[in-house]
Design a protein around this ligand. Structure first.
Ligand code: PHE
Ligand code: ZN
Length: 887
């Protein structure tokens, strides 16, 4: 049997539910193989729905034990049970109650959707449509109900029982059993339901809200690991305080719990009052977590907490509106992290992520609008486009309206939409109302796939002391970008986007503050037409334009600039983002030329001299920023810049050459910097941004030194590896060693594995480092590691760290010219699909940029994709991705 092409669900077909559910009483008796669920649902016809329509309750992998209406068992001919639904014909026109008893097997649930067991802990995951795997329900976000949940379990097996909302009762439930009842007063969609039962340690805390509510905080982790939850708890407290001051959002329950589980498909989940986390985003200690891990924990704790308002109090009408909660909440967590850390450094990090993950997606066969118009499988739309580009749209709105009007719009959105399931239109309406602006044109950002290209040309009129900037925007359609557009089909007709361009002019001595244009307000020009020209006066000298400061719009910029222009920006611009960008651009010009195989390599002397000056002036005052300036663009960045006919080996060589050249040019300085930045003896670890910045610069210096002189690098890295007191330093040393083949590397890898044999999250780093070694025998190594006792195909973190790192983080070996890397990924996807289709589909996106490759590799990738597509019985998740990929 060949897999049917899934039938897409369309935004245009949205209809309100024919029925509503006001109250849900759940009684769940946990058992490893036979968990019994009694759901009592208070239903009524929806006045906005179709009168007299059948009641179609969603259900999946459920055993129906009994079904009653208003306390009376229903005759078998009154309802129908299918693989995906329980259908009640001729439901009453008045409010009525259904009592449904079902049974599920949490131990057999390998998809990790619905109720499952992770390391013996019962937990749930319901977004987007997992609640239907617990009981029959109207499993759609616009059906919101008040839930009361009684959980019963074996006292030994599950001493901790957690639910949504507030705990209201607990006690004995017969021999060896106990129960707890949780009540959540806030109406919510089923995707926010959660429960946890298990043997867990608790790290407790308290928070007093601005309006005087005492909130009990609990972080629940594997026994013995409570100490490692301290940073997460601290992040919860800081998030709660920040949301009060920055957005005026106050917590609304008496408890807030976070539970860490080891088997989780995603990062974390914002269930009401009971966030469930992938444990890698909770557990941290200096010996086991890097600075990047600490920052990710802080960001994700904040993200899930912020969902309490942007997602839970105001939820989504349907899954097409996913960006309404995700884009907004990413924007909010980015703002939080920027306030907690260095705003400039954080912004650069955000943009690097966007370019590394969202730009390729937007350029390839999986491109989709931030608000998709249709989907076959919603789980495939938790994408960088929805999340990160979604956040950029919110940020552009703030840039366009200014911070004060934006804040009033946010307040209005939260108060108007509180308790509702809202749409992107509702969100924009709040900002239109407070600003008086028509945001129709701006709304196109939600509808258009593809990364716009803004072409800019500047011209100085010396005699007049003026400077003209000509702008043009083009939106390469997904078709044009990836799928071979017909010439002349270019969509000149597509209405333009509204693009905020934050900009300024910089001269050889610094920013030209006298330069003004009546088209630029508060440093922002709004490009609303397909092309436009603006003129600055007060420009006596030929300036350099600093464009898209702070990355004010998610576009690619095409502007002619010389090295000299860029080095002026690096030295003199006031915008740190563009100073960093300037250095990246100088590096990229070299990398691209080299990868394309130009005859004469570009001279790096001027670049090295500029970096040297920069380091002498600023390295010690802002090491985190300096580390970013010194970081050579990644192989992925280079590929994205080249755009087509990619040869990953040529890119790797180009990057290796530049690393070597910069390392040689700066060798003495880097060596001195490492010494100047060394930790004073006896100093204690702190994960704060300043300390992390010093470690970052030290380790970038190590990387460049090793790039210039592998023998020197080997010695320094081995010494650092042995002496390290933090995971950041130990892992940086190991990463440096990983690039230098030989016995030192292998013995360091063994020592690491031995030391952390009982730390699965640390072994993930060990898997990842080995999977990304750019050498011909890495694929064999990865295959060997699949048989390592610590590896398990059932655990998403293990799969991501070994297989995901290989496909997404090892461009030369995944894209081996012989196609063996593609075959390996295809095999893994096929092997994983029957047990965990979500993770299988995610892995498959490793092929996302295959159309950018040179023809030989493209052909190999096409073969592997076809092999997957030809498999019978593929999941909807995988067949959706493979189908779109081949389009
Ligand atoms: N909603 C989660 C978030 O905060 C992501 C998620 C989606 C988790 C689906 C689990 C399942 O981004
Ligand atoms: Zn989210």
């Amino acid at each position: 049997m060949r897999t049917e092409t899934p039938i897409p669900i369309r935004l245009a077909d949205y209809r309100p539910s024919d029925h509503l559910i006001d109250r849900v009483a759940l009684d769940i008796s946990l058992d490893a193989h036979a968990t019994r669920v009694t759901a009592t649902l208070s239903l009524r016809p929806n006045p906005a729905g179709r009168a007299g329509a059948d009641l179609v309750l969603d259900g999946e992998d459920l055993t129906l034990l009994s079904f009653e209406r208003d306390g009376v068992a229903l005759a078998p001919d009154a309802y129908t049970v299918t693989d995906t639904a329980l259908i009640l014909r001729y439901p009453p026109a008045e409010p009525f109650t259904l009592t449904i008893r079902t049974q599920v097997d949490p131990s057999a649930n390998t998809r990790l959707m619905g109720l499952y067991r992770s390391n013996g802990v019962y937990c749930t995951q319901c977004e987007a449509d997992g609640f239907r795997r617990i009981t029959y329900f109207l499993d759609r976000p616009d059906v919101m109900a008040v839930y009361t949940t009684r959980i019963e379990a074996d006292r030994e097996e599950a001493p901790v029982l957690l639910g949504n909302g507030n705990p209201i009762e607990a006690g004995d439930a017969g021999p060896g059993r106990h129960f707890a009842v949780w009540h959540d007063p806030h109406p919510k969609p089923a995707y926010l339901f959660a429960l946890v039962g298990g043997r867990l340690d608790r790290l407790g805390g308290r928070f007093t809200t601005r309006d005087g509510r005492e909130v009990d905080l609990g972080i629940f982790v594997e026994p013995g690991k409570a100490e490692r939850a301290a940073y997460a708890l601290d992040a919860v407290i800081r998030s709660m305080a920040w949301d009060e001051t920055a957005f005026g959002r106050i917590y609304d329950l008496d408890v807030f719990n976070v539970v860490a589980v080891s088997d989780f498909n995603m990062g974390a989940m914002e269930n009401k009052g009971l966030n469930i986390f992938n444990d890698r985003y909770v557990l941290a200690s200096p010996e086991t977590a890097t600075d990047a891990d600490y920052a990710a924990i802080e960001a994700i704790i904040a993200h899930e907490y912020f969902h309490n308002w942007s997602g839970n109090r105001v939820t989504c009408r349907d899954w097409f509106q996913l960006c309404l909660k995700e884009g907004l909440t990413v924007f909010r967590d980015q703002e939080f992290s920027s306030d907690m850390r260095s705003r400039a450094v954080h912004r650069i990090g955000e943009v690097r992520t966007l370019r590394a993950r969202q730009f390729p997606e937007d350029t390839g066969p999986l491109a989709h609008p931030v608000r998709p118009q249709q989907y076959a499988e919603i789980n495939n739309f938790y994408t960088a486009t929805v999340y990160e580009k979604g956040a950029e749209i919110v940020r552009m709105l703030r840039t366009l309206l200014g911070p004060d009007v934006f804040a009033r719009g946010m307040d209005r959105y939260f108060s108007e939409c509180d308790g509702t399931a809202a749409t992107v239109e509702d969100f924009l309406a709040a900002f239109a109302a407070v600003s008086g602006l028509d945001l129709t044109a701006f709304a196109r950002w939600y509808e258009r796939p593809g990364t716009p290209v803004v072409t800019v040309e500047g011209e100085h009129q010396a005699a007049a002391g003026t400077y003209t900037l000509r702008f043009r925007q083009d939106l390469p359609s997904a078709l044009a970008q990836g799928l071979g557009r017909q010439p002349g089909q270019e969509a000149d007709a597509t209405p333009p986007l509204v693009i905020p361009v934050a900009l300024g002019l910089v001269g050889p001595e610094g920013v030209l503050r006298e330069a003004v244009s009546d088209r630029v307000h508060d440093g922002v020009f709004v490009l609303e037409r397909a092309s436009d020209t603006i003129t600055f006066t007060g420009v006596p000298v030929a300036p350099v334009a600093s464009l898209f400061r702070g990355f004010s719009a998610p576009v690619r910029v095409a502007a002619v600039a010389t090295d000299a222009d860029r080095l002026v920006l690096l030295a003199h611009d006031t915008d740190p983002f563009n100073r960093w960008q300037a250095a990246q651009d100088v590096a990229m010009a070299r990398l691209v030329a080299d990868a394309r195989g130009v005859d004469r390599p570009m001279d790096n002397a001027g670049f090295v001299a500029a970096l040297a000056t920069f380091l002498d002036r600023e390295a010690l005052s802002d090491p985190a920023f300096a580390a970013l300036v010194l970081t050579v663009p990644s192989e992925g960045d280079i590929a994205n810049t080249l755009g087509q006919s990619i040869d990953p080996d040529a890119i790797h060589r180009a990057r290796t050459d530049l690393r070597r050249s910069l390392g040689r040019g700066l060798f003495e300085r880097l060596t001195r910097l490492r010494e100047a930045l060394a930790d004073p003896a006896g100093s204690r670890f702190s994960p704060d941004a300043a300390s992390a910045g010093r470690r970052a610069l030290r380790n970038v210096a190590l990387d460049l030194i090793a790039g210039a002189d592998p023998q020197a690098g080997l010695a320094l890295a081995a010494a650092q590896f042995d002496a390290a007191t933090t995971m950041t330093d130990r892992l940086a040393a190991l990463s440096a060693l990983a690039l230098i083949p030989g016995p030192t590397r292998e013995s360091a890898l063994s020592a690491f594995a031995e030391r952390f044999a009982h730390e699965p999250l640390v072994l993930d780093k060990w898997f990842a480092i080995q999977a990304t070694i750019p050498e011909a025998d890495t694929l064999d190594r990865v295959r060997r590691l699949q048989a390592h006792p610590a590896f398990a195909m059932t655990n998403p973190n293990r799969v991501r760290s070994l297989v995901g790192s290989f496909s997404a983080g090892n461009p030369t070996q995944f894209n081996r010219a012989d196609g063996a890397g593609y075959d390996f990924l295809a095999e893994t996807v096929i092997a994983l699909d029957p047990t965990n289709p979500q993770i299988a589909a995610k892995l498959l996106t490793g092929f996302g940029s295959w159309r950018m490759l040179e023809p030989g590799r493209q052909a190999k990738a096409a073969q592997s994709l076809a092999a997957i597509g030809a498999r019978p019985g593929l999941s909807r998740d995988v067949s959706d991705i493979v189908g779109r990929m081949q389009n």
